[in-house]
Design a binder for this molecule. Sequence first.
Ligand code: FE
Ligand code: ZN
Ligand code: FE
Length: 180
Amino acid sequence: MKPKSLQELYLEQLRDLYDAEQQIIKALPEMIEASASEDLKEGLTEHLEVTKGQVTRLQQIFTALGEKAKGEKCLGIEGVIDEGSNLIDGIDDPAVRDAAIIASAQRVEHYEIAGYGTTRTFATLLDDEGASKLLQQTLDEEREADQTLTALAEEVNVKATKGKSVAGEKSEKPRKARIA
Ligand code: FE
Ligand code: ZN
Ligand code: FE
């Protein structure tokens, strides 16, 4: 059903976030498994735990609204996750794969930041103060996750340039023929 009021749009956005978080909980273990860097593994594992708490917050909001905690398929995050997992799949170089994992994970975080920012603002406008606070907490966590990933990218992306010719430098090894 199409939302007919801001209240209904707010509820729709909450359902979208609820489904998105569940998709992320399903996707993260695969990304953790594929990570070579211990720091990256740790960062993603920690965010998986944080994400479970974010689901709980959404459930609290649904309960306070007298609504069933029910998701509505988030096609956006599905696309972001699919694209990331397709990309990561075929990469053999561990450092390059890690760089791809971070690239994909940051897209996920930015998508969430957009969703939580909007929904938090709706909550404030609709005088749902309790929800506004809970959504702000999650928004802060998503921003923190994004910053952690940026810091990790600084070490991982540098590693990914090793062994291959860096722009402006000559590689000492001859280029390997591309297999398959
Ligand atoms: Fe989240
Ligand atoms: Zn969505
Ligand atoms: Fe997140």
